[in-house]
Design a protein around this ligand. Structure first.
Ligand SMILES: O=C(O)CCC(=O)C(=O)O
Ligand SMILES: [Fe+2]
Length: 278
């Protein structure tokens, strides 16, 4: 979708919770047409990240994803927490909200980013790299994924198919179904599911509304920037998740964090009413 107005996006996609691929929302970012494996190797080659317990430099990561193949894939995803490990590039991805992902309470100082599951991350992958499972994002956050280099195939499931996807009993935000080779004996209802596959290419941005089951598969070396969004629309579900996640740690913590999240939400709601969107 190209050059949809903010108001139309909100009405036709955001409010009903329908995924959409923006063709060129990233035109407002300096990072567009700039990010590439070579660019990261030469500017931030020494920055490090950990993947499955092993530390790699950016240089090694880029070498790995360029050598990756479907038969011998590099690990996926390889993540760099942008504010923590490459804060310099924050300048190149402004405005983070692309003038569409707003309001975003995770950008307010009341919701310390990263604290609630909402981070700004660089995703790096190579051919054959599969996100390890189909899932819902934690905390019912909306996800915004901007592909800046290479092509990734995404799979999303229409709302209302959760009963066909076998959420795990101990982690109902995930399923063990392998969508590449589904085991229909074990998951017979999955036969009725209707996964939607599509490729997101350089410069394109995918909006994944909360409550959408999804996964991703890297077709080429890929670099994307992902961030999450919270506002009045997903706030109720967010607060419920804060409760249930923190409750696993302790009831006292759950009460404190949920109380805080509720209060911060009230403040942000007032903020929204003082600064209406375009
Ligand atoms: O690999 C991707 O780009 C999708 C990532 C994703 O769905 C997630 O991190 O929750
Ligand atoms: Fe996700």
């Amino acid at each position: 979708m190209d050059d949809i107005s903010y108001a139309s996006f909100m009405q036709e996609f955001y409010q009903p919770g329908i995924p959409i691929v923006f063709k060129n929302a990233s035109k407002v970012w300096k990072a567009k047409d700039l990010f590439s494996p070579d660019w990261f190797r030469s500017h931030y080659g020494d920055r490090k990240t950990e993947v499955k317990g092993q530390v790699y430099t950016m240089r090694e990561v880029m070498d790995m994803v360029e050598a990756s193949s479907a038969s011998n894939p590099a690990p996926y995803p390889i993540l760099f927490d942008i504010p923590e490990t490459i804060p310099e590039i924050l300048e190149l991805i402004k405005p983070l909200n692309l003038n569409y992902a707003e309001p975003n309470w995770l950008e307010s100082r009341w919701f310390n980013k990263g604290h609630w599951g909402g981070a700004t991350e660089l995703f790096v992958g190579g051919p054959g790299g599969r996100f390890p499972y189909i899932h819902l994002d934690y905390y019912h956050l909306n996800a915004w994924i901007t592909q800046l280099y290479g092509e990734k195939r995404f799979t999303v499931f229409p709302r209302g198919q959760e009963h066909l996807l076998y959420p795990k009993a101990d982690d109902p935000w995930r399923s063990d179904i392998n969508i590449f080779e589904p085991d229909f004996e074990k998951y017979p209802k999955y036969k009725e599911a209707t996964p939607i596959h599509f490729v997101v290419g350089p410069g394109e941005t995918l909006f994944i509304p909360f409550g959408t089951w999804h996964t991703a598969y890297s077709l080429t070396p890929t670099i994307s920037v992902a961030f999450d969004q919270l506002n009045n629309k997903n706030y109720k579900e967010f607060v419920k998740d804060v409760w249930s996640f923190k409750k696993r740690e302790s009831t006292v913590k759950a009460i404190a964090k949920t109380g805080y999240a509720w209060l911060a939400g009230q403040v942000c709601k007032v903020g929204d009413s003082l600064h209406p969107q375009q």
